[in-house]
Write a new protein. Sequence first.
Lengths: 223, 167
Amino acid sequence: MSEKPKLHYFNGRGRMESIRWLLAAAGVEFEEEFLESREQYEMLLQDGALLFQQVPMVEIDGMKMVQTRAILSYIAGKYNLYEKDLKERAWIDMYVEGVRDLMDLIRVHHKLSPQEQQKNLALIGEKAATRYFPVYEKILKDHKDDFLVGNQLTWADVQLIEAILTVEEKVPTILSEFPLLQAFKARVSSIATIKKFLQPGSQRKLPTDEKAVAFTNRIFNRR
Amino acid sequence: MVEIDGMKMVQTRAILSYIAGKHNLYGKDLKERALIDMYVGGTDDLMGFIMRFPFLSAEDKEKECAHIIQKATSRYFPAYEKVLKDHGQAFLVGNRLSWADVHLLEAILMVEEKSSDVLSEFPRLQAFKANISSIPAIKKFLEPGSQRKPVPDDKYVETVRKVLWMY
C-alpha cells in the first residue's frame, strides 16, 4: 500500500514551500496537516515525531523525516529529479544551495520591522541581480540546454523557478537583465505538473504576511 | 571553495555530499542517505551557532555560549543518544561509519570546547566519541600536526572580516 506523503507545517510557505514545489513538480499527491495550536505542536513533540523538535516534518515511506534539505534530497532521489552520476549531483547540490541562500533572505522578510524590511528588500534585489541570477544565466548560456543539469528537469530547476517567482513578488523587474532566465521561467512554468501547481486551487501557499508571523510566534512561544 | 576532480566546488553542503558519496560515507541506499542527511542537518544547525560565535560582540558571546550548551543538551544530544540507544549499534546509520558519525564527532568536540562536561548525561555519546575518535584516520586527524584547525581567535576573525569586507 502506497500512502501519500503527509506534510506537517503551518498553513503558509516558510520552509515547507520548497517541499511542496518539488512534490508537485514530480506529480506526487500529498496531504497536509496544518499546525494551528500550541497543543498540536506539543502532541507532536510528545509523540516523538519531531527528531529535533522542529517542523517541517514529512511522513513518507514509513519515516518521519525532518530537516528540509534531507526531505528535498529524498524526494528528488526517489522521483528522478536528481542525477545518478556523482558529479551531476554535485552541480545540482551547488545550484540548489545557492538558490536556498537567496530564498532564506526572503523567508525571513516578514519577521522584520518595516524599517528593516526596506533594507532587506534592497538586499534581496541586489543579491539576486548581482550574485545569484547572473550565475544561473551563465549556466544556461554556456550549455544552451533547456535545463540546468543533464538536459532534463531536476531539483535544481524546480528550486530555481520557485526562487525566480518568489523574488519577482518582491522585485517585479528582477529578470529584466536576464533573457535566458526569462525563457527558462516561461518554459519550466509550462511543464504540466508545474503549470498545475501554479494555478489557483493548488497546494501552493500565498506569501507570508504579518498575521502569519504572529501566529507562528505564538505556537513556538516566541516574543 | 574546493578544487576536486576538475570541479571548483562551492557550497559546503554540496562539497560534503560529494566527498561522502565518493568515499562510501553516504550509506548504501536512499533511505540510509535520508537518515544521514537528517542527522547531518541537526549537527549542522548546532555547529552553525558555534561557527558564528567568534564574530559576536563580547556581550553577545556570553549569552550565546549558554544558548549553545542549552541547545546541545536539550535538543541535539538527546536525539543522537536516542538513535544510538534504539539500535544499539556503534554507528548512527547502517552499522558502519558514515558522514553522520564524522559530523557528530566534530560537533561533540566543538561543544566540549565551550563546556567540557556537556556529555555528562549522555553515556552512549561518550562511548560513541571514544569509539569514533579511535578510528585510525580520525585519530590521526586529532593529533597535533594534522590539518585540523584550532579554535578561531581574534586574528582569524579579523582576517575573515578584512577579506570578505564583513564589518
